[in-house]
Design a protein around this ligand. Structure first.
Ligand SMILES: [Zn+2]
Length: 303
């Protein structure tokens, strides 16, 4: 065999080996894919089907390993308890005791002229318990009857006293108009002077002040006054209700106790006004404060 013949034989052998190897690899891959379909799928461009089903089943496996959503994470029905005209050295403390006992939060719409050294402690305790503070003017004047200057003074002075007596520069973001009296002009005057605050009304009125008055006049017994106000609240209360009471009335702590017992047993959570409505302090969001007055039924004048 000459050298050229030897070279030809070597060349043929190399070609055969190469072709054989290629056939073997291809056949092997084919067989592998036949027995491992999910591996083949992941290498194709048809990724959503192959990988999705695979990862879904893995996720499902992991999910079953963990407990599903715990029951205590289920959103609770919420109501907001609000107390006006205080604080009161005589009754606000008793109200806070009950709120603390039920791990309830409330909102106190305070009058500026009731913030003093006698009420400072209960006022600060309310804030420490996670309750919120709203502005109820200095002296409970009807906003619709005030001049622009008087209006600003009633609101601004109360904000300042709240900040001062909180001991922590508390910033009030909403107010409750005394008697529920408000109109477009009031909001325009406040916003026109840079006072952007949410007006907050109520949807369940305890009429505790009226029942207390009838009891004091001897028209009804004390028990009748307490249950009368409680029944009034119950008639108007459902999920999302804002309940109005007054922490300057002697019968109010007893009314509150019945309310807490009933709605706690029914699985309600007692939250602040800002939590119920999702209000946030945001100085750059002035238009939102304004629009809220214009667009929300719950804050239209009720009287
Ligand atoms: Zn009031």
């Amino acid at each position: 065999m000459n050298k050229q013949a030897q070279f030809t034989v070597v060349l043929i052998l190399v070609v055969c080996l190469t072709v054989g190897t290629l056939i073997g690899v291809t056949a092997g891959t084919y067989l592998f894919n036949l027995t491992h379909p999910e591996a083949g799928a992941s290498e194709t461009t048809d990724e959503p089907t192959g990988t999705a089903s695979s990862s879904d089943s893995q996720t499902a496996g992991q999910t079953t390993a963990k407990p599903s959503k715990p029951e205590d994470e289920t959103p609770k029905k919420k109501i907001a308890l609000t107390f006006d005209d205080g604080p009161s050295a005589a009754y606000t403390g008793e109200i806070l005791d009950l709120l603390e006992q039920y791990r309830a939060k409330a909102t106190f719409f305070v009058c500026g002229n009731r913030l003093n050294e006698n009420t400072k402690a209960v006022f600060q305790r309310a804030i420490a318990l996670g309750c919120e503070i709203g502005n109820h003017t200095v002296s409970h004047k009807y906003l619709t009857e005030l001049s622009e200057q008087e209006l600003l003074q009633e609101i601004r002075d109360t904000n300042e006293k709240i900040a001062q007596y909180s001991g922590n520069d508390y910033k009030c973001i909403y107010y409750r108009p005394p008697g529920g009296f408000i109109n477009r002009s009031v909001v325009d005057k406040l916003c026109g002077n840079g006072v952007y605050m949410y007006p907050i009304f109520w949807s369940s009125d305890s009429l505790d002040w009226q029942y207390q008055s009838r009891y004091q006049k001897g028209e009804i017994t004390r028990d009748e006054a307490v249950t009368g106000a409680f029944d009034t609240i119950v008639r108007e209360t459902k999920e999302g209700t804002v309940i109005l009471m007054h922490d300057i009335k002697e019968i109010t702590p007893d009314i509150l106790k019945l309310v807490l017992e009933k709605y706690d047993a029914e699985g309600y959570e007692f939250v602040t006004v800002s939590e119920l409505f999702g209000l946030k302090e945001n100085a750059s969001d002035k238009e939102a404060y304004y629009n809220r007055y214009r667009s929300t039924d719950s804050i239209l004048p009720i009287k």
